[in-house]
Design a protein around this ligand. Structure first.
Ligand code: AMP
Length: 516
């Protein structure tokens, strides 16, 4: 097919889709492929007949040269925004759209104020020159330590590496600021000095350390940094002004550099001095770190552009803590799988016998309402069929399988039974987008860990077949690490509360501050 015929036939298919849905997936065909979804600039050139052309910006560094004829799939939001001025449009190459697929569910029901498109200008993108600049990077190095102050899980340090490498490669030096734990004043066991060698090992670079995070000595040490050097400051939370979001403290911190980068996704939901308040002292010289960008992109891939069918797997101990996410996920999911301890409040509400299983009687009505609401919205809620129960809350409890609504009086539900797992996995296997939040059973006890592990394995397998999977929020992240499944997921979030709030459609204060 030559390109003129191709574009004519494509216009027709776009026309059909745009009529029906705001959210579409486009398959593009061109000689070049774009590095990342956000590299696309989409412009409705003629709103009247809904003709769409996809532009890319040559100088933006988004483009990668690949073999002619390669394909790329992107998602976009028909927002009617113009990203390029007319002059730029003339210069930009046009990509022919090969096919368009409608997204069935309705992501616009979640009013996330932050579309990923809004951060484009604030990304760490090629072309930025930080030569001679001291860049203050808010990282989240709140890592677990053992009794001897050894870092037991360096995930968060490694997650900041792309941002730090980017700054150094583009001529800057880094001033790292972070919190560690919840100290009450200057408690030496929470000093960041304990992790300097691990940070150095993880980043494969020497690290300088300063025993304070504000003050004239701190500022002059930062100013003396040579190009390519990294300085880590002492724990921000040694000052209570950090968590209270004190303006003066934030102003002092801002003196550490001329550019601000926030890469601390794990604390982006807090309006603290270093995560939110200090951003205002950098004018336009503030950027989303690469981790923050990846986390946002992963969230959007579920809540805005998730390919249907979308399945959300919710587990964990209590219904009460999952209400916001349950409510928001009902707006976007085709399927919601309910596992973990929260199952038993649902089962009791439906008239089942749940023995000693964990249950929140206050939420019985709520569970019934959720089921009704889901029906109205066309969301299928899947509850377990059978349960592996124990006669005490311990790994060594005597185990017995029961139908999930007929659990023996002396027993409590602690994991999914075999029929349930088969049923849940069959749902996962037909979905294209998977969000997992909360374990399916008491996975900390090896005798009740099978369900969580098998669900994790099934998600991993489905991901290999092309589905997008996001593991976000709390204990399901610990579970995928425990079962060595993290590599099999499309994305494992580094932020518990922050990821949950993002999924609920909230704009996090740390993110908002970068856009203001
Ligand atoms: P959450 O932080 O709400 O996601 O809950 C995670 C906790 O839920 C984990 O510590 C699990 O052990 C626990 N959990 C999972 N299933 C059950 C269950 N059937 N009964 C009690 N606790 C459970």
């Amino acid at each position: 097919m030559n390109s003129t015929t191709k574009s004519a036939s494509i216009e027709k298919s776009i026309y059909q889709v745009i009529d029906q849905a705001q959210f579409c997936h486009l398959r593009l065909c061109s000689g070049e492929i774009i590095d990342h979804v956000q590299g696309f600039l989409i412009n409705p050139i003629n709103q009247e007949n809904n003709r769409f052309v996809v532009f890319t910006q040559k100088d933006s560094g988004f483009l990668k040269q690949l073999n002619p004829g390669s394909q790329s799939e992107i998602s976009f939001v028909h927002s009617g925004k113009y990203y390029l001025n007319e002059d730029a449009q003339k210069k930009a190459p046009v990509y022919f759209i090969e096919s368009v697929k409608k997204v069935n569910h309705n992501p616009s029901a979640i009013e996330s104020q932050l579309g990923f498109d809004r951060i484009i200008g604030n990304r760490l993108q090629p072309g930025l020159d930080f030569t001679g600049q001291k860049v203050v990077v808010r990282v989240d190095f709140n890592v677990p330590l053992d009794e001897q102050f050894n870092v037991t899980d360096p995930t968060r340090i490694l997650a900041a590496k792309p941002t730090i490498d980017f700054i150094l490669q583009n001529g800057g030096s880094c001033v790292l600021v972070s919190h560690l734990g919840r100290p009450k004043g200057k408690e030496s066991r929470y000093s960041l000095k304990h992790i300097v060698s691990k940070v150095s090992e993880s980043l494969q670079k020497p690290i300088k350390f300063h025993e304070d995070c504000i003050g004239s000595k701190a500022v002059s040490t930062a100013q003396d940094l040579e190009k390519g050097e990294i300085l880590m400051m002492e724990n921000l939370r040694f000052y209570k002004e950090e968590t209270s979001g004190d303006k003066e403290f934030a102003r002092e911190l801002a003196k550490l550099g001329s550019i601000y980068v926030n890469d601390a996704f794990g604390t982006a939901h807090r309006a603290h001095a270093s995560t939110t308040v200090m951003a205002q002292y950098f004018g336009r010289k503030k950027y989303f770190g690469k981790l923050l960008e990846s986390e946002l992109l992963a969230t959007e891939k579920v809540i805005k552009t998730g390919k249907p069918p979308v399945v959300v797997i919710l587990g964990g101990a209590k219904v009460s803590t999952k209400i916001p996410i349950l409510e928001s996920m009902m707006q976007i999911a085709d399927h919601i799988i309910v596992g973990g301890g929260m199952v038993y409040t649902f089962k009791k509400a439906l008239g089942g016998k749940i023995g000693n299983s964990i249950c929140e009687d206050k939420y019985l009505d709520y569970c019934l309402k959720v089921l009704q609401k889901a029906k109205k919205l066309g969301v299928e809620i899947h509850l377990p069929i059978d349960t592996l129960a124990g006669d005490s809350f311990s790994n060594d409890a005597n185990r017995k399988e029961f139908p999930s609504d007929q659990i023996g009086e002396q027993f409590e539900g602690m994991d999914s039974g075999p029929q349930t797992l088969e049923y849940f996995i069959s749902i996962i296997n037909k979905c294209q987008t998977i969000l997992w939040n909360g374990p399916i059973g008491v996975f900390e006890f090896p005798n009740f860990a099978q369900g969580t592990m098998r669900i994790g394995q099934a998600i991993g397998q489905r991901t290999r077949q092309g589905a997008f999977s996001l593991v976000g929020g709390g204990d399901s992240v610990s579970a995928v690490k425990q079962f060595n499944l993290a590599q099999q997921m499309s994305y494992v979030s580094t932020g518990g509360g922050a990821m949950l709030e993002s999924l609920e459609g909230k704009t996090l204060p740390g993110i908002k501050a970068l856009l203001e």
